[in-house]
Design a protein around this ligand. Structure first.
Ligand SMILES: Nc1nc2c(ncn2[C@@H]2O[C@H](COP(=O)(O)OP(=O)(O)OP(=O)(O)O)[C@@H](O)[C@H]2O)c(=O)[nH]1
Ligand SMILES: [Mg+2]
Length: 343
């Protein structure tokens, strides 16, 4: 599908028959536009090339909407003027996971499949121009995923690296239809290393040295359905997989995404604990989420400060081990433990 068809298909607009050849020439430039400003300029040029009559009204309206959306997002007031625009996103749910990757890798497509959100998806680069948070349901909890504009070796905006540094985990998307996704990964990660961001695997300990932001990361190789040859995947497995877990998926078809979801949950290193009121049935729909390694006391603090101050002991029901036994405040919790706090 060419870039023009991508624009058309989004709103089911039929291609007007009498667009001049310059229109299509200019539209090709969208593929190489590097900034929202450049996209605005190209879209404005396209608008000026569209003959003005009834048959092109829908196309004109679509171009105008795109321009005004791009313009309003690029004119958002920076919160700290000298640092450029801020795209800080408040954390929500059990953890914040930011999706990053080169243009067109399918970041927005993946967000669309994993959440109820409807981000813009297009087969031209820089479709996404500002970060876009959406909630992914995982069993009985919600995890925040953030779609972001693409990163390129030439330019990574400051707000983008700040967003990565602040997130709980990262999904790094690669495009299996790129000629060499392994090289794309190596180049982009070395660029991010210059910004003090380093990717680590789920089980890896965060090194004591604090100069770097070590981010728990999964590598997602997308467009498995359209990839040609096994070599690209085996090269990724050989070079990237020893360091970071690799998931080969097709975001467009949902292939491999259930497994990915499970691994996003374990990457966050959290556990779910249910609070039970004595004499009542436990509510398994609404767990507390705590960091792995949390104790009964940490749970008490999360429930209410009265519990943490006056806690005598707790009773626990766990998947295989306990059926209401007493445990003390230092007991280390496991995922899906049920706890009755007694004061
Ligand atoms: N064949 C195939 N195409 C896909 C898949 N996932 C995404 N695409 C296509 O790839 C193109 C880019 O998808 P997007 O989700 O917009 O990519 P993106 O990474 O968000 O792109 P930017 O916002 O520009 O960074 C679109 O044409 C999608 O339809 C997939 O699993 N298989
Ligand atoms: Mg996108």
């Amino acid at each position: 599908m060419g870039p023009c068809l991508a624009i058309m298909s989004e709103r089911d607009i039929k291609m007007p028959a009498n667009l001049p050849p310059q229109y299509f020439e200019t539209e090709k430039k969208l593929k190489t536009a590097k900034t929202p400003q450049e996209r605005i300029e190209i879209l404005e040029e396209l608008l000026s090339l569209v003959p003005k009559h009834k048959g092109t009204e829908k196309l004109q309206a679509l171009l105008k909407t795109k321009i005004s959306k791009l313009r309003s997002s690029s004119q958002k007031k920076p919160s700290v003027a000298k640092h450029g625009p801020s795209h800080h996103i408040e954390k929500a749910g059990a953890g914040q996971v930011v999706l990053i990757g080169p243009p067109n890798a399918g970041k927005s497509q993946l967000i669309k499949f994993l959440t109820n959100a409807e981000p813009e998806i297009g087969d031209y680069p820089f479709t996404t121009h500002s970060p876009y948070p959406a909630m992914m349901k995982y069993e009985n909890i919600q995890i925040q995923l953030i779609d972001t504009p693409p990163i390129t070796p030439e330019y990574i905006e400051i707000w983008h690296t700040e967003l990565i540094k602040g997130a709980d985990a990262v999904l790094f998307l690669l495009d299996l239809t790129d000629p060499n996704p392994t090289e794309v990964f190596e180049i982009l990660s070395s660029k991010l290393k210059e910004k003090r961001i380093e990717f680590i695997g789920e089980g890896q300990k965060v090194p004591a040295e604090t100069w770097f932001f070590h981010k728990k990361t999964l590598i997602v190789a997308n467009k498995k359905d359209a990839a040609t040859g096994e070599e690209k995947i085996s090269l990724l497995r050989k070079t990237v997989e020893p360091r970071l877990s690799l998931f080969v998926v097709s975001a467009a078809h949902g292939d491999g995404l259930e497994d990915l979801k499970k691994n996003i949950f374990s990457l966050l290193n959290i556990l779910r604990v249910y609070s039970k009121v004595p004499g009542k049935k436990v509510d398994l729909k609404d767990p507390f989420t705590l960091k792995r390694g949390s104790s009964v006391m940490d749970m008490a603090k999360a429930v209410h400060k009265d519990f943490s101050q006056n806690l005598k002991y707790a009773r626990i029901w766990s998947k295989n081990k306990y059926q209401g036994q007493k445990v003390n405040r230092d007991y280390l919790l496991e995922d899906e433990d049920i706890i009755e706090l007694l004061i």
